[in-house]
Design a protein around this ligand. Sequence first.
Ligand SMILES: O=C(O)c1ccc(O)c(O)c1
Ligand SMILES: [Mg+2]
Length: 632
Amino acid sequence: MRTSIATVSISGDFPEKLAAIAKAGFTGVEIFENDFLTHDASPREVAGMARDQGLEITLFQPFRDFEGMPEPQRARVFDRAERKFDIMGELGTDLMLICSNVSPISLGGIDRAAADFHALGERAAKHGVRVGYEALAWGRHINDHRDAWEIVRRAGHDNIGIILDSFHTLSRKIDVNSIRAIPGDKIFIVQLADAPLIDMDLLYWSRHFRNMPGEGDLPVVDFMRAVAATGYDGPLSLEIFNDQFRGGSARAIAEDGHRSLVYIMDQVKRLEPDIRIEVPDMPARVAARGVEFVEFVAGPSEKANLEELLSSLGFARTGGHLNRKVDLYTQGDIRIVINSDIGSDSFAGASYSVHGANAYAFGMKVEDAEATVLRAAALGAPVFAEPRHQGEVAVPAIQGVGNGVIYFLDDTPALASIWTNEFTPVDEKPAGNAGLTRIDHIAQTTRYDEMLTWLLFYTSIFETRRTPMVDVVDPGGLVRSQAVESLDGHGFRLTMNGADSRKTFAGKFLAESFGTSIQHIAFATDDIFVTARNLTALGFQALPISRNYYDDLEARFGLEPDFSDALRAASILYDRDEGGEYFQIYSRTFGEGFFFEIVERRGNYGGYGAMNAPFRIAAQRRLFRPEGMPRE
Ligand SMILES: O=C(O)c1ccc(O)c(O)c1
Ligand SMILES: [Mg+2]
């Protein structure tokens, strides 16, 4: 599989871009003219730089507004094209992109454009180069790949072909099946980009909001299926104009790009097994069944605090690890692990020294743990392994958000019996059961500009989908929240919160924990009111919620006063959607702003109580730092 990315897609100067692109695993690069013009090196030197990085230059894009020009402009664009053909020889690339004319003085007409391209093809042939024609979605006369193809067809020249760009086709909702009629060898290159669905001017949307295939909402897989059906087997080139990516980490964005291409082609290959493009073999996306455990690392006093909090939630210590300073706390199907091996050279110890006490790992229940790691590795995720003591099972794992660890457990005998084989039972009676049954979801906090990275990470490896993004208003700024859920909607659930500002509660947690990942864990109960009573008996202190919230709730949902009084008395938050009802209780915070949540879903409530988040945040801010949150 030949993979390429346009230099405009990532940040940095020209050498930095090439290095990041090569490191991420691309085999080629599209040189955007500005990157080339602003870098002080000759075309030969640029060719050498790409070669040194092992990159082929797949495409050069040196000028625009070519076809259909009246004289005297027509003569000038032909001269210009020839000058660029000379440069291409030195650059060591044979393919030039010309996008459809946007000039107000250009003249329309398919035959006129075809004649211009035929004449250009003659000149290109003399230089041994090829020219690809791309329909811009906002081209003055040509804005549809079907018309661009008709021009190329009528030009009838071996050195003239079409360039397809998923954005231009999909943004205008052009039927992708029209691509199937184009002979694969007349498609000179394919550019891929996705974008979030936003209703705005096409040019502005394209120049600022494109993102990696799989990160947006466009049907890029359908587009690529149609392309693959033509027999095309050339490079797949990302051309991503995105304001955030331009300022982001070149390394991370390039890695996301490579992952997105592998992911998109894996999907295409499964739908069109006979395609000519070679796609790396890997197991299919893995069904995620749920979160089986969450593991904290904590020092002695933090461990005592966490134990007290867990005990007030009805957990009891039920196991101790055979070899390690690791304890297991359980209730219902929930397992919480506390690792206090902070002095050692273990990964937990390293995590503690960077982040302090934190939930640095979680275990995911999957269909096939080994296959999960194979797939994750094929998609560029770092595989995680630690030295084992005798008798310990190797649990397949990778690293994810905030360098945290994701372990995979399945029903194979060794992994299924890990809790009985590696832990000695401890006969501690819980102070009382709170009725918590399972982990409903975990919530991870990241910097906003990493959200797309992690959403792509989860959705490409696991059989999951993203829910729409919601804005959560924190007095210190906006936090954006999006969930990743297994396709059945309830097996696995994870929410991602992207914080821009350290003045928000989430942003502050991120800053003070030096970028750990899990900020809260939500436990499910089948009866929130019974759980609330049990918790009170256990001495649990719920996060107190303002009286105004309940007045508003009563009005908004038309609640019976008795019902809203019961909610208020137990500090329960409430929401409702078409499917059902949602109840939430929050704990007070632990450490730098970690907390637990208890939820009950009645009926088919599908959300996470986003509309309640501002009230939860306001309450946390009141309690967390009575002296106030930082203002810097
Ligand atoms: O926005 C543009 O001008 C532009 C230029 C070249 C392309 O290949 C493209 O898709 C867009
Ligand atoms: Mg393009």
